[in-house]
Design a protein around this ligand. Structure first.
Ligand code: ZN
Length: 419
């Protein structure tokens, strides 16, 4: 008998964590953190002592950010791709550095985890009595989806997944055996994305327009994945004006470029990297902010990092433009800017003068791509729709039931399923 329990990401985006427990094998699939109003919210807790392994599907904090907590009182084995190991290290380090709130572990536990990491390889791993396979997820560099075979039960976990090629990454290719359970993300289960090439063209139009009008185009972007993709898009379309990169996006870009085997066209990223301005400090920043060009800077929702510096100037200049390129979580400065045109510290929000654009370069499957994955399932798996707003998870589960007849659920945190 195998039990699967939802530790986090039930009817919410963030703090992914799923426990898979057989007679004498216990695995954790992801162990992330949810940052809500600047406070870290953790998944359900578990004793690290009887854990046979933790599998981290990718470096984003909502999948990796709580894992070091398991090293406060134990040293369970952890499995990540090499790229995920490197990126997780810098992202969690940054979380520890920037969080104004108490995080229940320190740099020492992070180091223990990183040192303890077993690198995920193509041919999979045996963890306890489970046979585990890993496949490219196309979401960010190093991301994988996971197939667990335990006590004759097949459990597939999508992690975050993208089945569309991007300028940076090859898409996930889904080819699964018969399943007993699928845990699938629902981030965009109710949203159809615009075609990638349309988004790319729109971005190029906007940046050309802004720069030719003498303005600064600020692109706040996630440091991992999105920043590199934007560089590739600008390069591929022959964008000829100045591009600068700042904040954590710099480190992440160098790291991503160091694993060319993860990329769809490593030469494109290399070329882009050779012509951009790598911001080295305040002197560079002052120059860049006062001349026409593009600046790519983390964080992606204007909630911190180098993008704030540029935003402080851009907000007062009508020739400048802020281009948001990802989903903006409600409550973040990026979302407030998009919805209301306001920016500033809490209680002091002011109307901005600059132009604001939203071009969503999502690295998640949209509605029909998710349904396509579900339709490809063999056997009669129970399907858990997770990692989405409550409405999104519930609508996705309903649609699956109607269109495929599979048992589908939008589980709450703490729900358990027996296979
Ligand atoms: Zn992710």
């Amino acid at each position: 008998m195998v039990n699967v329990t939802v530790f986090g990401a039930g009817r919410e985006v963030g703090r992914s964590g799923f426990e898979v427990k057989g007679e004498d094998t216990k695995l954790l699939l992801d162990y992330g953190v949810l940052i809500k109003e600047d406070r870290p919210v953790l998944p359900l807790s578990t004793s690290p002592k009887d854990l046979n392994g933790i599998i981290i599907t990718h470096a984003h904090l909502d999948h990796s950010g709580s894992a070091p907590m398991l090293y406060v009182s134990g040293t369970p084995p952890v499995y990540m791709t090499n790229m995920t190991r490197q990126l997780t290290d810098i992202l969690i380090r940054d979380l520890l550095h920037l969080s104004a709130y108490y995080i229940p572990f320190e740099a020492l536990e992070l180091k223990t985890m990183i040192d303890k990491c077993t690198e995920i390889r193509e041919n999979g791993a045996r963890i306890g009595r489970a046979e585990v396979e890993f496949h490219n997820s196309g979401h960010i560099p190093g991301s994988v989806n996971v197939l667990v075979n335990l006590e004759g039960k097949g459990i597939w976990y999508s992690g975050d997944i993208n089945t569309i090629d991007t300028a940076l990454l090859n898409r996930a290719r889904i080819d699964l055996p018969e399943l007993d359970m699928a845990i699938i993300e629902s981030t965009y289960a109710t949203v159809e994305h615009a075609p990638r090439d349309e988004n790319e063209k729109r971005l190029i139009e906007v940046v050309n327009d802004v720069v030719e009008g003498g303005g600064l185009a600020l692109i706040p972007a996630f440091s991992v994945g999105r920043s590199q993709e934007l560089l590739c898009v600008l390069q591929r379309h022959g964008f000829k004006y100045d591009i600068a990169i700042d904040g954590m996006s710099r480190t992440a870009t160098r790291m991503v470029a160091s694993r060319p085997e993860e990329l769809r066209d490593p030469a494109l990223l290399k070329k882009a990297m050779s012509r951009i301005k790598w911001v080295a400090g305040d002197k560079d920043r002052k120059k860049i902010v006062n001349k026409p060009g593009v600046v790519i800077a983390s964080s992606g929702m204007l909630s911190g990092g180098a993008s704030i510096y540029y935003m402080e100037k851009a907000k007062n200049r009508s020739r400048d433009c802020v281009i948001l390129v990802s989903f903006q979580v409600p409550g973040t400065p990026g979302r407030t800017l998009l919805d209301e045109g306001l920016y500033g510290p809490p209680g002091e929000l002011r109307k901005v003068k600059c132009r604001t654009e939203w071009i969503n370069f999502s690295s998640h499957c949209g509605r029909s791509n998710l349904m396509e994955i579900v339709r490809s399932f063999k056997g009669n798996p129970k399907i858990l729709c997770v990692h989405g707003e409550a409405a999104s998870c519930m609508e996705f589960a309903e649609r699956i039931k109607e269109e495929t007849g599979h048992d589908a659920y939008a589980p709450a945190i703490g729900n358990s399923f027996t296979l």
